[in-house]
Write a protein that binds this ligand. Sequence first.
Ligand SMILES: Nc1ncnc2c1ncn2[C@@H]1O[C@H](COP(=O)(O)OP(=O)(O)OP(=O)(O)O)[C@@H](O)[C@H]1O
Length: 250
Amino acid sequence: MLEIKDLSVQYEDSDFEALSSIDLHFQKGEFVCILGKSGAGKSTLIRCINGLQDPTSGTVYWKDQPLSSLSEEDLRKIRREMGMIFQHFNLIPRLTVLQNVLTGLFGYRSTYKNIIGLFNKEEINHAKKVIADVGLTDQMYRKVEKLSGGQKQRVGIARALLQHPKAFLGDEPVSSLDPGTASHIFRLIQKMHNRHQLLTIINVHDVNLAKRFATRIIALKNGKVIFDDHPDSFQDEEFHLTYYETAKQP
Ligand SMILES: Nc1ncnc2c1ncn2[C@@H]1O[C@H](COP(=O)(O)OP(=O)(O)OP(=O)(O)O)[C@@H](O)[C@H]1O
């Protein structure tokens, strides 16, 4: 479903590679958590996957199509299949939950229609359904600026779902939430992942969350993959190798 071949990224003003010769293959149904300390390259990888960052070399294939060969329009279509969930939610504070969720349809519509907010009944009913799916029916007409962080992230998930995604991509979607709320959000992502048979790839700093929810953990260090396996294999030694400079002392 998603293949990354020999991918490297070096930012213009940088003298090292943020990602270095990455080769990865992802199947539908996998729930992947990407671990790595700050600066390891996690966000850069997610941004390459959804075509927001051009690689310096190498290629990302989405359903066998190389992203680099696509027109802007085709790339936009593919991005709609990859529902993004952001750390800081990326919502419009003064709009209601329903209006924010409907912005998930912006990619499908003409600019004119976006601005005047013409959504047909079917679209509004679909938005209400995904809002119910994330447990926010009673907040539907509240402005999102009045919501808690966890509720805001539920709105973010509903907005991603409205696009009928084939994948969920999350760039630290629970980093600004308390541990209990973070766990609830992961459970919700997992429920939607299972219901819609998605490929889910999430950057996360909380190793326990990754071990509880992921079917596969990938650890990055200095732009390279240093671990790619089942969460049960990510033990103390792997933890140390990922987050510290040297392996754990016996
Ligand atoms: N736009 C940019 N221009 C230059 N260097 C960048 C840019 N974005 C990221 N970098 C550098 O690339 C490396 C990888 O950054 P990236 O944001 O992908 O790491 P990360 O693992 O997501 O970190 P964090 O957990 O702190 O978000 C870092 O050294 C970072 O400073």
